[in-house]
Design a binder for this molecule. Sequence first.
Ligand code: PGA
Length: 244
Amino acid sequence: MNIVVSKDYEEMSQQAAEQIVQAVHAKPDSLLCFPGGDTPREIFRLLVQAAKDKRVDFSKATFVGLDEWAGLGREDEGSCIHFLYNQFYSPAGIPDSQVHAFNAKEDDLQAECDKIDAVINEHGGLDLILLGIGVNGHLGFNEPGVSFESHSHVSELDAVTSTVGQKYFKEQRVLSKGITLGIKHILNANSAILIANGPKKADAVFEAVKGPVVNTLPASVLQLHSNAHLFVDREAYAKVEKSH
Ligand code: PGA
């Protein structure tokens, strides 16, 4: 894993955004997977600015959403798709025709999994996947215990995910299920970028980087990826640093 430690969140975001810009330069028709969450907020702001300044051209790229809370859709504040449209797709001027996402409001979530798997297969896999890390080590909604063979699937959310996830919503919500790309999509992506900042991520980052590769800490699977990058600030890297 290529590891870039930055002094703070801003610098971490700049480094990661730059890597994404370079990937799109190298392959303008990339299939890119972006996550929701607080960590990528600044990266999206920088990518929107880069698109406005014409330093990157997303017009040939295709986007796929990483995951979604079961039962929520684009109009629901707190959903991943709502967040991605707000923070990135709309301000970057990306039309709906370039965006694929789970519609987690559908009754048949398995059909949504098949739909997204088909998009990824048609493109021959993801070119780049950007990932946050949960305090429990999850990637998307690949929760502790996930199979490393998984493609898109419906997952029972870990208690930590259900609790931490409340931060995205104005009112308390029951968050019991999610729909997500699988570990196989991550492993098969040409490049995987993991981002983490702040002290609350230090334990998960340590386990992901230094711990054994185990499905109880899904992010540890990135140790098996031949082109994985970790962009992290000092606080999130502190426990790894201490272990040296
Ligand atoms: P966060 O979420 O970016 O809001 O910390 C990351 C995650 O849980 O995957």
